[in-house]
Design a protein around this ligand. Sequence first.
Ligand SMILES: C[S@@+](CC[C@H](N)C(=O)[O-])C[C@H]1O[C@@H](n2cnc3c(N)ncnc32)[C@H](O)[C@@H]1O
Length: 414
Amino acid sequence: MFDTDPAPVIRPAVLSADFRRATFGGPRRNSAPCPWVKVAIRSIPLRGVPHLQFSYFDERKNVTRNIPLTDASPALDELIAWAFGNIHITTAAEEIDLQISKKGKVLVRTKPVAVPTEVPIAHNRTKDHPLPEGKADRLLEVMGVMSAGGQVRATMRAKFTQINEFLRQLRHTLETAELLGLDRPLEILDCGCGSSHLTLAAHHYLNEILGVPARLIGVDVNQEVIRKSAAKAGKLGAAINFQVNPIAAAEAKPDVVLALHACDTATDDAIARAVLSGAKVLLCVPCCHHHLNTQLKANGPAEVLRPLLRHGLLLQRSADLLTDALRALLLRIQGYKTDVVEFVGSEHTARNLMIRAVKGEAPNDPRFVREYRELKSFLGVEPYLEAMIPVSRSAGELIAPIAVEESGAYPTES
Ligand SMILES: C[S@@+](CC[C@H](N)C(=O)[O-])C[C@H]1O[C@@H](n2cnc3c(N)ncnc32)[C@H](O)[C@@H]1O
């Protein structure tokens, strides 16, 4: 369909309750002054009221404005007047592509939103994947996860699943923490990013799929992996800040800290980094645990555990679980609502526990301080993490002897 005015197509689509997201980019077709190279809009509910979030991008920064849907007409009209050449709109039912030629002619193409057909039962969850398989995807191809034809490489299947499930957790936790719909880009630090599969995928998922402006920082001590990661980001045109640095020295003020399989105490460094930066959200999937393993002794203070700790394999597994339990407790003491979830099935990785923490509780809850001190002294260990985020002495002093009740004396998992 050709016309010369795109507004009659754009306005009803964007201002309807069915609108999902849109991008305006490409060469502009008139000389109206415009400071932006791209503008994205997405539909978001804020405090239960439908809003449009406008994200304006230039070469170096972006600016976000949240406007109630009912008041969004002037901002949309201003955007239409800038005459971007390529416009893509997604509603609940349709994908709408508009291309404006140099002469101002508007070509409109519409197609129904793709609905997966005949999804094999075993792959039913595919449609829920943040990064679906089965169709060509430049991001996954550059990451080396998928072939050019859209097939996930057999050797990358486990990583593909981990990344998808991590992104699902990320979205869910950002919603819980009310971090979607900020009036500025989210700052996200990926600690021990390695080959940066998670960093690249999170950047793409938030900015391009969810339309949530996000700045990603990937940090790793290994210079070579950072060089390769930066090259991949360059191929994708993704402005990610990669740093060769220890986690503690990363230049960042993150809202969100991520760590996927950061080895041994690097996970503790990531947790400390989140706490010390005041990050609202931490998602970490711990990897190998060595630090506590070397401290737990069959002939140590916890004699009653001797039958468990005398077996190397059981000692190692106990050390893994205890390390994560103590980490979760330290986060609770710091005022993070914390839980531990299985983020993928164990067939995808044996390291499949995720510590999920959202800041917002009162810190130094004496019940958690007491639990922590009791467990530490029972085991006779000094967790690495505590050296970076000490347990408050004054909080400890607050502890009155607590009678152990049937319920309620100790906080339960929530
Ligand atoms: C097992 S790899 C995981 C990489 C990536 N997150 C993934 O899941 O594919 C762990 C990475 O953590 C990095 N690392 C370990 N200790 C670190 C520290 N203290 N600071 C920064 N990076 C660290 C290593 O160089 C390595 O690249």
